[in-house]
Design a protein around this ligand. Structure first.
Ligand SMILES: *Cc1c(COP(=O)(O)O)cnc(C)c1O
Length: 387
């Protein structure tokens, strides 16, 4: 089976992990700060806090922004559930903004309308989680303008977007947001097995993120609220977690980051080949916002169901039967039983609903060969011609 996404590990990646395994510190050593510094320099952020997953990063990002009971968090329904769950873990209420019909990110127009209604009801969100779906950046400038006008904070869920660019900034620069979150799950752009990072330019937020990552405990002499009783001393100042990344994984992260340019080049080249081959077929290829460079985490096509007289499921099953690991991103968050119990209904998000009927994710990862890709294209063409 050709997987839709897969990690790409070099000999150097493996050696860098083994080196940590032979060292004195498997965790809380030098590799985590080294990875944090390397990544923050790469994307142009002042501070980076490495954690054990993007899910953890989203949770402490929300907590650092003071999200809690009585607050609202809004996000896109076309995402992984973690983009919404972080709000619920903080005791906040959540709501969703329908997606844009072209780029499948949250729609700025829907957001604007929803904010007007929420303002009248005095239910404005405290935090908006903007997901850069498939690696394509959201309209960050417009979002930041609305954030200033309505007083909400912005977390970028950039789990798909390591290496993406928005105008002249790397995603991760935090130019338009309070905190940016990356994921290093093996299907994402670079991997640490499991892992994530929260980046910010605000030193107070960085301090809070670090505290929450490690039980709410600090050992920094200059951060004590009371006097240091001795060299053994530490204080728990907040209720935090153990969300730390190990040094084993941080070393892998550093080594993977060295290959980011190559990974992106390969993803862009495969996406360009897909576009050229698929443009003429009865489907919609991804739309690219001008001024943006997608990280191409996912290659999502939308079938023109009226033209092909087949269901998405039929096309999906044909491709799977041919050994092609297609996928669907995403089952709308609001459709899961847990969220339906909270009162959400996919019918309230018409663009998300119609997108979900038609979307298929084709394999795209740095190890995918052009031969494999040609096979995928041929099988897709044949599937679409079937009656
Ligand atoms: C993968 C993903 C996450 C969760 O990342 P983990 O590192 O697996 O916790 C969150 N949001 C989005 C959009 C993702 O794709």
């Amino acid at each position: 089976m050709i997987p839709y996404g897969r990690q790409h590990l070099s000999k150097k990646d493996i050696e860098s992990v083994v080196e940590v395994l032979r060292s004195d510190f498997l965790t809380q050593g030098d590799s985590v700060p080294a990875f944090e510094q390397k990544l923050s320099e790469r994307v142009g952020a002042k501070h980076a806090v490495a954690v054990n997953s993007a899910t953890s990063a989203l949770i402490i990002a929300c907590q650092s922004l003071g999200l809690g009971e009585g607050d609202w968090l809004w996000t896109s329904p076309n995402s992984f559930v973690a983009s919404a769950n972080c709000g619920l873990h903080c005791g906040a209420q959540i709501d969703f903004i329908d997606i844009d019909a072209q780029d499948y990110n949250l729609s700025i127009e829907s957001l604007r309308q929803k904010l007007e209604v929420a303002e009248a009801k005095n239910q404005l969100p405290k935090v908006v989680v903007a997901v850069h779906f498939a690696g394509q950046p959201c309209a960050l400038q417009e979002l930041a303008d609305l954030g200033r006008r309505y007083g909400f904070r912005i977390i970028e869920d950039a789990s798909h977007a390591v290496g993406a660019r928005y105008q002249d900034q790397m995603i991760g620069s935090c130019e338009y947001s309070d905190i940016v979150v990356f994921s290093f799950h093996p299907v994402k752009i670079i991997t640490t097995g499991e892992g994530g990072m929260a980046l910010t330019n605000d030193p107070a937020l960085a301090k809070q993120l670090r505290l929450l990552r490690s039980h709410g405990i600090t050992r920094c002499p200059d951060q004590m609220t009371g006097s240091m009783e001795g060299p053994w001393f530490y204080e728990q100042q907040e209720l935090g977690f153990n969300f730390r990344m190990t040094d084993i994984l941080a070393a892998l992260g550093c080594s993977q980051l060295n290959q980011l340019d190559r990974f992106l080049e390969k993803r862009i080249s495969l996406a360009t080949r897909y576009e050229a081959a698929l443009r003429q077929l009865p489907l919609k290829v991804p739309f690219i916002n001008p001024g943006c460079q997608s990280a191409w985490h996912l290659y999502v096509i939308r079938l023109q169901l009226k033209e092909i007289r087949l269901s998405r499921r039929q096309v999906f099953e044909r491709l799977t039967a041919a050994g092609i690991g297609v996928n669907v991103h995403y089952i709308p968050i609001v459709s899961h039983p847990y969220f339906r119990r909270l009162g959400f209904d996919l019918a309230d998000y018409p663009q998300t609903a119609s997108y979900y009927q038609e979307a298929i994710t084709l394999p795209l990862h740095p190890g995918l060969t052009e031969l494999e890709q040609d096979f995928i294209i041929k099988e897709l063409e044949e599937a679409l011609q079937a009656e």
